[in-house]
Write a protein that binds this ligand. Structure first.
Ligand SMILES: [Zn+2]
Length: 416
């Protein structure tokens, strides 16, 4: 689509920019990014280059015995934490190569039996679910050993040095896997993609878990089992991505091979660290921050944008809404309500108001008036106090949608 836009006359453009952007100190991120791009500078790459330049300058000054201004280190640490892209991806990329080219996984545990993998969790599972997993694990053990490493002996030696640490973030691992598999979003997580990488996908009649990962110790080989009654394609996809996260990230090989419904999903905040990591992996894998941010800049932060993103990346609306709230620069919050009660929420960095869960829906909220028999979607201005603990009287913009498959309501709140 972008190709259809004609290149403007440079003089007209300069005039337009002067009017639109105003003085430099008033530029926001979009304006600064545009100016850089017009100068042929990719603003996404600029921070990584700046890091390298500052590092070089520090080295030079150290060599000459000169003082290093404290601002150098401050800027550097700020940039590093924000833009770990180039550094952070090195380790995940090496792990992907090791897993998917060499075919081995550095073990973080000494277990030798697949069955031990879910033993700890299995105690909490019903006999029914345990039997499902037992059957799959027996099948996995009986698969003949992979011979992939035979073809890549030379690479094996180079890559076998030491197992990966946990310094890279879950998002780094997601990005590394997308690059390694050469996936273009949106993609479906079908059996073909998984099988090529040693994973088999099974829909199982589980009752007590949403997803499970069974793996052959030390080998890039496993089975992902997904509950066959997950009500929506987008949620099923998120569950599979969550299990892939356990599969590729170091440190996930024992503790979590069985993931309960409470563990999987983007709105889950109070879950074990390892589950949180798998959820972060899945969010970045399916909804890449870079692309979602771009869309938010173009279309603004609204439920309409969430719908657009969920369609484009083929995820659930909830996953898209949570991702928007996580990544937006605006004031926004997403709330899920069940049975007329606010159940859980996620807010953006700029959202400073107090949102309480466990409270009934406010009488002036639009969400309160949605029902399967009546209206299923409503949007408009509402008094702030109907959602937020305050005595102030200004208004919020609410957009609420009934999600019949979950028996819940998804609400997106912004400042009008
Ligand atoms: Zn999990």
């Amino acid at each position: 689509m972008a190709n259809e836009i004609q290149k403007p006359d440079p003089r007209a453009l300069a005039k337009l920019l002067r009017i639109m952007l105003g003085p430099e100190e008033e530029w926001d991120d979009t304006a600064a990014g545009l100016v850089l791009e017009l100068h042929g500078i990719n603003s996404d790459e600029a921070p990584a280059r700046l890091v390298k330049m500052i590092e070089r300058e520090i080295r030079n000054r150290e060599r000459r015995g000169e003082d290093i201004p404290s601002s150098f280190r401050e800027v550097l640490s700020g940039l590093r934490s924000e833009h770990q892209v180039s550094e952070g991806l090195r380790e995940p990329k090496a792990r992907m190569e090791q897993m998917f080219i060499v075919g081995t996984v550095p073990l973080d545990s000494s277990s030798s039996q697949v069955t031990q993998m879910f033993h700890r969790r299995a105690k909490k599972l019903s006999k029914h679910d345990e039997d499902i997993l037992k059957e799959l694990s027996d099948e996995l053990i009986s698969i003949p050993r992979s011979n992939r490493r035979v073809h890549h002996g030379a690479r094996t030696e180079r890559l076998m040095g030491g197992s990966a640490s946990l310094s890279a973030s879950p998002a780094d691992f997601a990005q590394a896997l997308v690059q390694f598999l050469d996936l273009q979003a949106p993609f479906e997580l079908d059996n073909r993609i998984l099988l090529e990488n040693g994973l088999d996908l099974r829909d199982v009649p589980a009752l007590g878990f949403d997803g499970a990962l069974l793996r052959r110790p030390g080998e890039a080989r496993g089975i992902i089992a997904v509950r066959d009654t997950i009500p929506e394609r987008g949620s099923r996809k998120f569950t599979i991505a969550h299990e892939i996260g356990h599969y590729v990230m170091p440190g996930h090989d024992v503790d979590c091979s069985v993931c309960r419904a409470e563990d999987v999903g983007v709105l889950k905040t109070r879950v074990a660290k390892i589950e949180q990591a798998a959820n972060e992996f899945a969010a970045e894998f399916l909804l890449p921050a870079r692309e979602v941010k771009k869309i938010l800049n173009q279309r603004g932060t609204s439920m309409a944008t969430c719908k657009f993103i969920s369609k484009k990346f083929r995820t659930s609306l909830t996953a898209a809404a949570v991702r928007c709230v996580e990544l937006t620069d605006s004031t926004a919050a997403v709330i899920e309500s069940r049975k007329g009660v606010r159940w859980r929420f996620r807010r953006s960095d700029r959202w400073k108001y107090f949102l309480k869960t466990g409270e009934p829906l406010g009488s002036k909220s639009l969400a309160k008036y949605l029902s399967p028999q009546g209206e299923k979607e409503k949007e408009g201005r509402v008094p702030v106090w109907t959602w937020v603990w305050t005595e102030q009287t200004w208004e919020l913009y609410e957009h609420s949608i009934l999600m019949p498959q979950y028996d819940s309501i998804l609400t997106f709140l912004t400042e009008p």
